[in-house]
Design a protein around this ligand. Sequence first.
Ligand code: HEM
Length: 389
Amino acid sequence: MPADAQRSALIFPDNLLAAASHPDPYPYYAALLAYRPFYRETRLGLWVALGAQAVAAVLKSPHCRVRPTAEKVPASIAGSRAGEVFGHLVRMNDGARHATLKPALAACLEAFAPERVTAAARSCAAACIGTMGAGGNGLDGFQRAYPVQVVGRLIGLPDGPAAEAAALTGDFVRCLSPLSNAAEIERSKLAAPRLLDLIARHGSPMLVERLASLGVPQRETALANLLGLMSQTYEATAGLIGNALLALARDEDMRRRAAGDDALLRRVVAEVARHDPPIHNTRRYVAEDCLLAGQALQAGDAILVVLAAANRDPAVNPRPHAFDPARADAACFTFGRGAHACPGRDMAVTLAVIGLQALLAGPLDFDSLAAPRYARSVNARIPVFGAQP
Ligand code: HEM
């Protein structure tokens, strides 16, 4: 093991909120998981679920919600267009609203023909690589812009507006992070109406009509959730591509074989999603007093659900710390579980595979990709190859 990796493996993150962007948080997760898979972390004022059983129980619990009852929209954006979008999103609603929105959006995603997804992805990957230039900054731009441009194209945006929408999505998602400063929140408030306008002007009217026929008649809700497809894609798929690049950089033999074998590259990406996932945690809020995974929780309690720790729970994945693309039936929590499970999982893997194929075929110097820093984030793990974005 290189000296840097050895050092980082020995130093635990300060706390669980600093783990996703730590060089190697996995020994820390494993130590916590072995000691207490579901516990109250008094320092953070949160319950923490790390074990596979506890994570699944929380994500499937009828007593848990995706937002605190008293704050459906974060106070920092309440009253703005960004706040309105947030309030419409399938990801941020439970109950009847979620029950209508989820199948409608999932049906829209399923209706994108695989040939169309592949064609849009290849064309966006080629265009993004064309503007990449040398050095890490170009790669950072690629991993963030390319996947969301593809989703923009699939919802009907032509090339130029799709590229503009990708940049605006980067601004918009800052309102979803508790680490954002006042200037970032202001930029995200400005981005929301501009994104909505791009989608309204250039997006496919057929998609809005299809959502209406599937029980989502309000145009604002439909447009907000099409925007939501881009915002859900943005950081998570960037991290999946970046973390897969690092796995390929670590193993030259696997890299050579995966470059010529699509099925192997798909297995590599799926194993990266489990082993070094782009999303490390999500949250739930307890709506009423309840017993959950053997613990008594009270209404108002917040739970940090550590998906990345559950992926390495030896109770569900034998040899959990080994990176093994040949692993059969791996339990992977990265895309969530239960009612809010990610409907974009297959698309995310496809986008990562096609983006990586384009990078593997290009002039990228994999040997320069070692020992990255990670973007500032509480829940996403996105390597930064150049200057901090
Ligand atoms: C590597 C890429 C991705 C990862 C790791 C990921 C992960 C997740 C996770 C963990 C959730 C559930 C959050 C929770 O329960 O608290 C989620 C929800 C969601 N994801 Fe993804 N996602 C990815 C890519 C995508 C893409 C490409 C799309 C669409 C084009 C998408 C659309 C959604 C939507 C709409 C939801 C909300 C579902 C609901 O609340 O019912 N995701 N994703």
